[in-house]
Write a new protein. Structure first.
Length: 295
């Protein structure tokens, strides 16, 4: 008998969600809470968009005025596009984010599979160190990484921005937890057919891990795109600046301007909003699969 019919009979015809309880009230309260959270997020974002189309006088005025007295204008965007080199910065951000994402996913997947399926001496200690390194603040590693880039003559190159960002212990942990849930019988069947370890990893494990790999790639891409500190420290050439770093130079050259600040933030967030809207299903699925949602 379908579960829906069982629920209707058990609760006198009322439909209920197994995680919310019987009756429509829990569902209504949940929807109201989600609507409230949406408003809480959208109001500051809407205020930032509104401020970016104001003049600097209206943007700096006290009070909350959604409709500026001088009307809406594109002056902030014209200033950013006129003084900055947005096409170059955008290309640099895309190249760096894509390279970091590809390398990080490849390294993390291989490391996670080794921890999940390979038995070797010191495996538990090494995995414990990997997990513990998640708690190390990235700011502590800035000076050692920069001295390493100096020693390797990589400062002011793409490699200096990309290589220190490809180590992601958190992604190794997430992928390892997912690989632990893949039935070993599938791999054993492939080994009986003569497949080696890498063949099993490439032809069996990775195809089954596409949702989690996509989610990890999204997380890494977003984090790399938003990263300001390391690209700012590792490069001084304007032709190698990423979008967050380049936009900060435009704002600093004209002082603190609220309208330009908002316009720069909006321009930097548009690609991430597009990525999230296109791949939000993979993000939600990865959270449910890895147990990061409190399950």
């Amino acid at each position: 008998m379908p579960r829906e019919v069982v629920r209707r009979r058990r609760y006198g015809g009322r439909v209920w969600h197994p995680s919310l309880g019987p009756g429509p009230l829990p569902r209504v309260l949940t929807l109201l809470a989600l609507a409230l959270m949406t408003v809480v997020w959208l109001v500051p974002f809407g205020w930032g968009v509104d401020t970016s189309f104001k003049t600097e006088v209206d943007a700096s005025a006290s009070g909350v005025d959604w409709i500026p007295k001088a009307g809406f204008t594109l002056d902030a965007y014209r200033t950013i596009f006129g003084q900055g080199n947005l096409p170059v910065w955008a290309v640099n951000s895309v190249v760096i984010a894509v390279c970091v994402t590809a390398i990080t996913v490849a390294i993390s997947a291989m490391a996670a599979y080794a921890f999940s399926r390979t038995l070797f001496r010191g495996r538990r200690v090494l995995f414990a160190v990997t997990v513990a390194s998640i708690m190390v603040p990235p700011q502590i590693l800035i000076v050692p990484l920069f001295r390493q880039m100096l020693a390797m003559n990589l400062v002011d190159t793409y490699a200096a921005v990309i290589l220190p960002q490809v180590v992601a212990p958190a992604m190794v942990f997430i992928l390892k937890k997912f690989f632990d849930g893949i039935p070993r019988e599938l791999e054993e069947a492939a080994r009986i057919d003569g497949a080696g370890s890498f063949r099993v990893f490439w032809s069996v494990v990775l195809p089954l891990s596409r949702p989690i790999l996509a989610a990890v790639a999204i997380f890494v891409f977003i984090n790399t795109w938003n990263n300001f500190l390391w690209p700012f420290i590792s490069t001084s050439d304007p032709q190698l600046m990423t979008l967050p770093v380049g936009l900060s130079t435009v704002k600093d050259s004209t002082g603190l301007r609220n309208a330009q600040e908002s316009a720069a933030s909006i321009l930097g967030s548009i690609p991430l909003l597009i990525v999230f809207m296109l791949f939000q299903r993979q993000i939600v699925k990865s959270v449910a699969t890895t147990g990061l949602g409190g399950q």
